[in-house]
Ligand binder design. Structure first.
Ligand SMILES: Cc1ncc(COP(=O)(O)O)c(C=O)c1O
Length: 386
């Protein structure tokens, strides 16, 4: 392995206080590595929220396991721990604790349920880098955790995923998979990613985001750029080159980002406080999460509104950066939900959130002026309470 990748992994592990880190091409690949190393296979059941990225479900299906969806509680959009127990069967092997938007799951409850039932906890920290629960970093509670550094995430390396674990047995198994099964990104993929990162740095600002995203999705579908998800990832059939390691481009970019991660996190926290204040001035009700246990570093600022589709259309025309995920209980979905074992109506809170939630940007390019403009725009719609 190249020195730069090793350095990136070590620095990432050190930032989180974990023993080991393993970098991959994407976050979903990191989840696949954990599940495979944990011996997950046909017939095993994996509990996860019914409000997630569909790319999270693919690795489960690739291994022949079954996703079992739990509805979310409406304030933090995380699994409702009161209903997790009802979903446990003798075949349940894993609970994926996804810390949605940066809000922490109720980790005391999750860990207790898992311990009582001999189940592994894997934390999905793709949206929660730097968030803390009772003063402890997200990602350090379960057997392992995974992170994403794709375009929309707390920091970006274009595409990217990372596993952290302090379980030496699991780490040895992941190491062995890395040595025997992962493929390398092609030089074309690495070159394209480098070019896209450059374009991103030069051209993508809040006013241009909606246009850029649409163009990017179009080019991805035509295979002209290295997209977040290729066409074959919209169905649960694993491509030959799915299990892919990280490239040097990503590791170099990741190291640069890690060097300024403290600054980035402070920016997110400060901007969230600013949004809170602006919404208060507009008479919108407060965020209701449990601030005595959870110190979230939000990746985006979620709000519930009446008229989500209209808001997204108008925002694109007005040059307001408004995020739409999750648009479906499994986002972005292009395949019928039953292919992913989701039964419509089974997670009513998640379905409601998919209809109502839009998210506001918090990345380093957003300043107070942009935040003010975004709040002016979004408060033209009615807030829906949790
Ligand atoms: C909650 C969550 N987990 C996992 C992933 C997968 O990450 P990646 O796109 O890096 O594979 C995503 C992707 O957006 C996500 O939102």
């Amino acid at each position: 392995m190249s020195e730069i990748i090793e350095k990136y992994q070590c620095q990432f592990a050190a930032f989180l206080g974990a023993e080991r880190a393993f970098a991959f091409w994407k976050g979903r690949v990191a989840l696949y590595a954990i599940l495979k190393a944990a011996g997950i296979g046909p017939g095993d059941e994996i509990i996860l929220p019914g409000y997630t990225c569909v790319m999270n479900v693919n690795p489960i299906k690739y291994l022949g396991a079954k996703p079992v969806y739990v509805d979310i509680e409406p304030v933090t959009f995380n699994i409702d721990v009161n209903i997790v127990r009802d979903k446990i069967t003798p075949r349940t092997k894993v609970i994926i604790a996804q810390h949605t938007y940066g809000y922490l799951c109720d980790m005391d409850a999750v860990m207790k349920i898992a311990a009582e039932n001999g189940i592994i906890v894997i934390e999905d920290c793709c949206l929660a880098l730097g968030s803390k629960y009772k003063g402890r970093m997200a990602g350090t509670f379960g057997k392992a955790a995974y992170f994403s550094s794709q375009w929309n995430k707390p920091y970006t390396t274009g595409l990217g995923g990372m596993v952290i674990t302090s379980d030496s047995e699991l780490a040895a198994k992941i190491q062995s998979l890395c040595e025997s099964e992962v493929c390398l990104p092609s030089s074309g993929e690495a070159f394209m990613l480098r070019a896209q990162l450059l374009i991103y740095r030069l051209l993508i600002y809040p006013r241009t985001t909606a246009f850029a995203q649409n163009l990017f999705r179009y080019l991805t579908k035509r295979g002209a750029v290295v997209g977040s998800s290729s066409t074959d990832e919209f169905q649960p059939i694993m491509a030959d080159d799915f299990f892919k390691s990280v490239s040097g481009v990503q590791a170099r970019s990741g190291l640069r980002q890690l060097n300024k991660i403290g600054e980035n996190i402070r920016h997110h926290i400060k901007l969230v406080q600013f949004y809170d204040q602006l919404f208060k001035e507009k008479g919108w009700s407060d965020r209701q999460y449990n601030s005595s246990t959870c110190e979230p570093v939000l990746v985006r600022y979620p709000v519930r509104i009446d008229g989500k589709s209209e808001a997204l259309e108008k925002a694109a025309v007005a040059g307001i950066e408004l995020g739409s995920w999750f648009e479906s209980v499994l986002h972005p979905i292009e395949t019928p939900l039953d292919v992913y074992d989701y039964e419509p109506g089974s997670c009513p809170q998640a379905e409601r959130a998919a209809r109502e939630v839009v998210n506001l940007p918090l990345h380093p390019r957003v300043n107070e002026r942009t935040a003010r403009r975004t709040v002016e725009f979004i408060t033209g719609f009615n807030q829906i309470k949790s």
